[in-house]
Ligand binder design. Structure first.
Ligand code: CP
Ligand code: NVA
Length: 313
């Protein structure tokens, strides 16, 4: 192929999957978790590029291991060791890489850059985290919620803390797609962007979910089925760490929030976690925490996503 194919499916943000498609991916993820070596679409092996502009533990290992389980070969590189960012255009990079690999997974800063790479790629491009979205993490979280509740639709999830970061945005879009009621409790200045909120509201209107943005933690967490938080200092925001720790101090996911939630509440955190900051140690290490199941589910969800995307491209 010499020009990017418009029929190729990418996963750049959570609402790139329709509600029915998201459910298909999660169904497949559950089947692959039960039978990890039952799908071998990359047998050969065929290769997948996994590229990092930022550091990673879970994303790096889960994609590498998952691609191996699919019979394939992961080419895992830090972008600094490539010609990316050194003047070679994203379009040339995409066109070249499309000749070698079956999919491109990229963790980067700019959502626009990711979209540009995808626009010129003949193979699926997957967002492995940008400043704006982290949609692979949301698939793992939804899988974890399904495992605990047997469903996602109608459940009430509350995310505390930095609502303007990639996780806050992806919870809005991804959980609305799953028919959930998603509340973001964040202080002024840390609330999600208006465009993402309105996009999520539009999705929720079609799924029976809902979206709520508030500054009030106590009201938000009452009766919640899922409580979530994320680091207060995301990658790339280290220069404003002092301000962030001060501004978000009242938004820690602590035991009192767990006590106000539903008796069956589960606690999620995408990790890495900072105990005593965004989450209390007794909560992340306590009986309602599902964070290590959530981390494991990155593997199963991403395998399903890759299979699903490659089948349709
Ligand atoms: N949750 C997550 O994406 O973790 P890593 O940064 O370790 O990949
Ligand atoms: N919001 C965090 C997520 C890490 C997986 C960050 O971007 O650093």
């Amino acid at each position: 192929m010499t020009a990017a194919s418009s029929s190729v499916r990418h996963f750049l943000r959570d609402d790139d999957l329709s509600p029915a498609e998201q459910a298909e991916v999660l169904d497949l993820a559950m089947r692959l978790k039960a039978a990890p070596f039952s799908a071998r679409p990359l047998e050969g092996p065929r290769s997948v590029a996994v590229i990092f502009d930022k550091t990673s533990t879970r994303t790096r290992f889960s994609f590498d291991a998952g691609i191996a389980q699919l019979g394939g070969n992961a080419i895992v590189v830090d972008s600094g060791s490539t010609q990316m960012g050194k003047g070679e255009t994203l379009s040339d990079t995409a066109r070249v890489m499309s000749r070698y690999v079956e999919a491109i997974v990229w963790r980067t800063y700019s959502q626009d850059g990711l979209a540009e790479l995808a626009a010129h790629s003949d193979v699926p491009v997957v967002n492995a985290l940008t400043d704006e979205f982290h949609p692979c993490q949301i698939l793992a979280d939804l899988l974890t919620i399904r495992e605990n509740f047997g469903r996602t639709a109608g459940l009430r999830a509350v995310y505390l803390g930095d609502g303007a970061n990639n996780m806050g945005h992806s919870y809005l879009l991804g959980f609305a797609t799953a028919g959930m009621h998603i509340t973001i409790a964040a202080p002024e200045g840390y609330q999600p962007t208006g465009q993402v909120v309105s996009d999520a509201e539009r999705v929720a209107a079609g799924t029976g979910g809902s979206v709520r943005i508030t500054t009030d933690v106590d009201t938000a967490v009452a009766g919640a089925d899922v409580l979530i938080t994320d680091t207060w200092v995301s990658m790339g925001m280290e220069d404003s760490a002092t301000d962030r720790l001060r501004d978000l101090a009242g938004y820690q996911l602590g035991q009192e929030s767990v006590d106000r939630a539903s008796d069956d509440v589960i606690v999620l955190h995408c990790l890495p976690a900072y105990r005593g900051k965004e989450i209390a140690a007794e909560v992340i290490d306590g009986p309602r925490s599902r964070v290590f199941d959530e981390a494991e589910n990155r593997l199963h969800a991403q395998k399903a996503l890759l299979v699903w995307l490659m089948e349709r491209s």
